[in-house]
Design a protein around this ligand. Structure first.
Ligand code: NAP
Length: 280
């Protein structure tokens, strides 16, 4: 069994990006990410801080807009439009969740697709689905990079994705399809899930249920990618895969933490550098 080291791969990606940022700076382009956060969700504050730190490390400029949860929909949309128009801003990210009274879909749809480094704008979602170059949602993009980095063959393989969210499951399915896998997507209404997962050459769990994937659900020699991040009562993080037992059957497996997690920020940084390279 080979343990997929997401931390090491993410580090390598960040190192390469450092050079690309320097090249852009040499051409007079200073890559910049603008992050909007509404309200004071604790987890979101940590995520924003981590993004700021990652930008700092690479020499990417970072501007944050902390807005009170009393902000109106119009004010939020106006802020996004202002950032769309700013030449010095290359990537725009709206940290979710935002308060329920605000329409997050309208907000995502307003972000200029050329600055949509999260890949949530329908133009990018559509481009991905027809196989055109686009911004790809960072977590699924990170999963694909891990498979590439470990030279894991995808073409013609049975790939099973559990979870159909707009930010992870669905874009992942598109990415795998674009790489010629035969893809099955499972969700909470799927019947006999074990019969499906047992046929998977590549099994990707992105449902948010601790240790949901047990060894009896996995084919001998399968590649198992665990996207799930679940916090136990003792504060420990566990994935959607029962790692100890499944790792005895898998050919490759990602740990939690240290698997897919570190890739998400690395791919965000990649998308910011891509946006800066495209839009200048
Ligand atoms: P989400 O929006 O809650 O979606 C969960 C998906 O799993 C839904 O499609 C749901 O089906 C499906 N599901 C739930 N219970 C199921 C069951 N018992 N059997 C089969 N399918 C089931 O979650 P998400 O945002 O995609 O995130 C998924 C997990 O990935 C979470 O643990 C999250 O923390 C983690 N995550 C990690 C990263 C990272 O950086 N590594 C980034 C994002 C998310 P329905 O559609 O039918 O409800």
């Amino acid at each position: 069994m080979i343990l997929i080291d997401g931390k090491a791969v993410a580090k390598k990606i960040r190192e390469n990006l450092k050079d690309r940022v320097q090249d852009l700076k040499n051409k007079g382009i200073k890559p910049k990410l603008a992050v909007i956060m509404v309200g004071n969700d604790k987890a979101s504050s940590i995520y924003v801080k981590n993004k700021s730190k990652a930008c700092n490390e690479l020499g990417i400029e970072f501007e944050e807009f902390f807005k009170d949860d009393s902000i109106s929909q119009k004010e939020l949309i106006d802020l996004i439009k202002e950032l769309n128009d700013r030449k010095d801003v290359h990537g725009i990210l709206l940290q979710s969740p935002i308060p329920n009274n605000l329409d997050i879909r309208e907000a995502f749809n307003t972000i200029d697709y050329r600055k949509d480094v999260d890949g949530f704008n329908p133009i990018n979602v559509g481009k991905l689905s027809i196989g055109e170059d686009s911004f790809i949602s960072c977590t699924p993009y990170g999963v694909i990079k891990l498979l590439e980095e470990y030279n894991i063959e995808v073409q013609g393989k049975n790939a099973v994705v559990i979870g159909r969210s707009n930010i992870v499951g669905k874009p992942l399915v598109q990415c795998l399809l674009n790489k010629d896998a035969t893809v099955t997507i499972c969700h909470s209404k799927t019947e006999n899930i074990k019969e499906i997962t047992k046929n998977a050459d590549i099994l990707i769990a992105a449902l948010g249920k601790p240790k949901f994937i047990t060894a009896d659900m996995v084919k001998e020699g399968a590649v198992v990618i665990d996207v799930g991040i679940n916090r136990c009562e003792d504060g420990k993080l566990v994935g959607d895969v029962d790692f100890n037992n499944v790792s005895e059957k898998a050919s490759y497996i990602t740990p939690v933490p240290g698997g897919v997690g570190p890739m998400t920020i690395a791919m965000l940084m990649n998308n910011v550098v891509k946006a800066a390279s495209m839009n200048n």
